[in-house]
Design a protein around this ligand. Structure first.
Ligand code: ATP
Ligand code: MG
Length: 380
């Protein structure tokens, strides 16, 4: 679907894409949107499940009525039922008034149950009943309320597995799964990446009043080949960071790499025309970060050392404790941490033919840290 077509319906989310995977998904959306059928939308985090739900609602005859989104994972278990189905006055302590729930608010519209995989089993039973009878009772009520709400649900969980493990009701799964729309991960629709970059660039520049930067072919290529575990949301974040922090500077591959999620410390904004206090705060922040990175490096080196010299050992992540099976060999000549560090850096540089970026990555440290240390050890 192109943006012109999208704009024809006001308030409609702009779904961008032209890859076969996207077009196939759009086709399913078009087919199911005008019907009343329940749709289950699945996909990894950041793939656009919520946008799909909004598009279905906007392309349905219900688009003049409410679309109520409920994040089932964000509402505490104890109040989810009364949030969904409402409650009568005095239903529980604190229920001083009767209140409509989301289902009633979605009457003649659409209710989007996001993160349905997080719904507690007790609430699942009640939901199934609503889907089957199109009616329910408020918490603490005895009157049956009829509701005409179209149900859309989404999850990034494997619901079939959840069913097998007893965390999700099989009958509810079948009911929700009447139509299943899988949203493809970004790595399976690489043809769309350039389009997204262009679209996000335009949008972000307009919002922030920044002139649109040019992207080199290599920069775009880099983005196309990345695996995007955080999908479209991650791509958008990278583009946004690049544009806002570099403020319209032409974007080449090196600049892109600098702002990729891996380059942790390279992501810090530069200090620019701040008050003394701000500058001081940023300097402290950077120093703290450097310490953190140095500690992390030290930790990695020690793990490496223990693994090489003490046989099978395991580093218990997070607990800051080294567990090893073989006792420390008293006779073993020890290298200082600095010597070890230097050796490892030389090794990595040799291995990666002096490509410092790759060497730093292999060592699990920031490139800036590597530069600093190379200088320190006279290796630069
Ligand atoms: N086809 C698309 N066109 C334009 N933007 C998109 C598209 N799909 C997703 N996005 C953007 O990607 C981001 C993530 O989308 P969304 O919140 O719908 O994902 P999600 O699958 O619901 O993620 P989560 O599982 O984390 O809830 C949003 O910023 C959204 O605007
Ligand atoms: Mg979502």
């Amino acid at each position: 679907m192109d943006s012109k077509e999208n704009n024809a319906v006001s308030g409609m989310p702009e779904l961008v894409g032209q890859s076969p995977a996207f077009l196939q998904m759009m086709e399913s959306i078009r087919q199911v949107a005008p019907t009343q059928i329940t749709v289950l939308i699945t996909g990894e985090s950041g793939t656009g499940k919520e946008m799909v739900a909004r598009t279905i609602h906007h392309l349905s005859p219900r688009n003049g009525n409410a679309l109520i989104t409920v994040n089932c994972g964000a509402i505490p278990e104890g109040i989810l039922e009364s949030e969904l189905f409402g409650h009568e006055k005095g239903a529980f302590t604190g229920a001083t008034d009767a209140r409509k729930g989301y289902f009633e608010l979605a009457h003649q519209g659409t209710i989007f149950l996001d993160e349905i995989g997080e719904m507690p089993l007790a609430t699942q039973v009640k939901l199934l009943r609503v889907l089957e009878s199109r009616s329910f009772m408020r918490v603490g009520g005895s009157r049956s309320i009829e509701v005409d709400a179209r149900v859309l649900a989404a999850t990034n969980k494997n619901l079939e597995l959840a069913v097998q493990q007893g965390d999700f009701r099989k009958d509810l799964f079948f009911r929700l799964n009447a139509v299943h729309i899988p949203v493809p991960p970004l790595r399976e629709r690489k043809e769309d990446i350039r389009l997204f970059v262009r679209y996000f660039t335009g949008d972000i520049c307009e919002r922030n009043r920044i002139p649109e930067p040019a992207w080199t072919e290599e920069a775009l290529d880099f983005l196309v080949h990345y695996h995007w575990p955080g999908n479209i949301r991650e791509l958008r974040n990278v583009v946004e960071r690049l544009i806002v922090l570099e403020r319209g500077r032409p974007v080449d591959a090196e600049l892109v790499q600098k702002h990729m999620p891996d380059g942790e410390t390279e992501r810090l904004p530069m200090v620019i025309q701040h008050t003394n206090e701000q500058t001081e705060r940023e300097l402290i922040y950077r120093a703290l970060l450097d310490i953190r990175v140095a500690l992390e490096d030290l930790r990695r080196l020690m793990v490496g050392y223990h693994e090489r010299h003490l046989g099978q050992s395991a580093w218990v992540a997070g607990s800051h404790e080294i567990v090893h099976e073989k006792p420390v060999n008293e006779q073993e000549t020890l290298l200082t941490i600095q010597e070890l560090e230097k050796q490892q850096m030389e090794k990595a540089l040799e291995l990666y033919k002096n490509n410092r970026r790759q060497a730093a990555k292999a060592l699990g440290i920031g490139e800036r840290t590597l530069y600093r240390k190379l200088k320190e050890y006279g290796l630069d």
